[in-house]
Ligand binder design. Structure first.
Ligand code: ADP
Length: 344
């Protein structure tokens, strides 16, 4: 059971919202479409759901072209940002809705509603009014409702983005566990890296209507395809370097970087790529300091040969963090470094 998109394009009049996308989702796999607002993620998801008509290309399920198949005949479940529950129905009736449409009998429906509410952590909530639930609880009901008819594919459009940060993180972990436990095949739209990386087996990075890279979260994070993808994934400074047997040498010093191989490479530095270290190779002067929850974020103007000319980000422990004007020494931290392809 596989979803397969080939050469898929969707247009809104003159706007090419999705351009020439190839993507597959395997049985039981969770794929996240990640990208900035307006890059075409929702449009792609809506085309898969049957809510938008492609201008070109095909959408196949198990090899069967879905072009002439209506939304409700695709057997796909849908969850949107705001749940879109029926306010006048109680929780159980909301969850049972899709099963009623599929003519599942009453006893079976009641059993499945209980099962699903337990699965989403809302056992005993069946008779509650949905208007009395918190935002997080409403999204859990929306999820239970979408899963109830056992859809062959679950489509989630920013399912957690209406929730506040702490709740979103918890629900992302719960949702990831739920998708794994039920073996659900899913396509999830999100603009949030953490959410994508928590939920997905593979991440598809979209920009300007196109997919620029697809891969496991760790690979995409450590080896973004180019500087545009790397920039979206938090790299703010790029430094040319040379690799020799997985050790890279750059104007910022030398460090082992697994997978860097041999030859010319480009390092993408995230905010935590440089840390204050009295024995650090890199020297500079602090130009700005911001306090974060558990560390200080610095902007440092570097000195030395071939170093980046713009101030670079660095981190320091909160206690004793240097101030603007202070001289600092910095060392590279491999956790903050991505190995990118060429500059585009
Ligand atoms: P994302 O989900 O990544 O934020 P969308 O798929 O919503 O992006 O939008 C992609 C592009 O298509 C944007 O330029 C957006 O303005 C445009 N767009 C989306 N929906 C419509 C619509 N119904 N009519 C016209 N343009 C639209």
């Amino acid at each position: 059971m596989t979803l397969e998109l080939q050469g898929l394009s969707v247009r809104y009049g003159p706007i090419a919202a999705v351009s020439d996308v190839d993507l597959s989702v395997a049985d039981g796999e969770v794929v996240a479409l990640l990208g900035p607002s307006g890059c075409g993620k929702s449009t792609l998801l809506r085309a898969v759901a049957g809510l938008e008509r492609p201008a070109a290309g095909t959408i196949r399920w198990d090899g069967v072209d879905l072009a002439g198949v209506a939304v409700h005949r695709r057997d796909f479940g849908l969850v949107f940002q705001d749940g879109q529950l029926f306010p006048h129905k109680d929780v159980a009736a909301n969850v049972a809705f899709g099963m009623r449409m599929h003519h599942v009998d009453r006893a079976e429906r009641a059993k499945r509603v209980d099962e699903l509410l337990a699965l989403v952590g809302l056992a005993g909530y069946g008779q509650r009014r949905v208007t009395e639930l918190s935002g997080g609880e409403q999204q859990r009901v929306a999820l239970a409702r979408a899963l109830a008819p056992k859809p062959r594919l679950l489509l989630l459009d920013e399912p957690l983005s209406a929730l506040d940060r702490a709740l979103r993180e918890q629900l992302a972990v719960d949702l990831a566990a739920l998708l794994r436990a039920t073996g659900t095949t899913a396509l999830v739209v999100t603009h949030d890296h953490d959410e994508a990386f928590t939920l997905a087996d593979r991440v598809a990075l979209m920009q300007g209507g196109r997919i620029r890279q697809v891969g496991p979260p760790d690979e995409v994070w450590r080896r973004p395809a180019d500087d545009v993808v790397a920039g979206f994934l938090g790299c703010t400074t790029f430094v040319p370097a040379r690799a020799d047997h997985d050790v890279v040498t750059s104007p910022l010093g030398e460090l082992p970087l697994p997978g860097s191989g041999d030859g010319a490479v480009l390092l993408g530095l995230r905010a935590n790529a440089l840390r204050t270290d009295p024995a650090g190779f890199v020297r500079g002067e602090v130009v700005q300091r911001l306090h974060r929850r558990d560390h200080a974020r610095l902007l440092v103007r570097l000195s030395g040969e071939d170093v980046p000319t713009n101030p670079v980000e660095a981190v320091a422990p909160v206690a004793g963090a240097p101030e603007p004007g202070d001289a600092v020494r910095l060392a590279l931290d491999p956790d903050g470094i991505a190995l990118t392809g060429n500059l585009t």
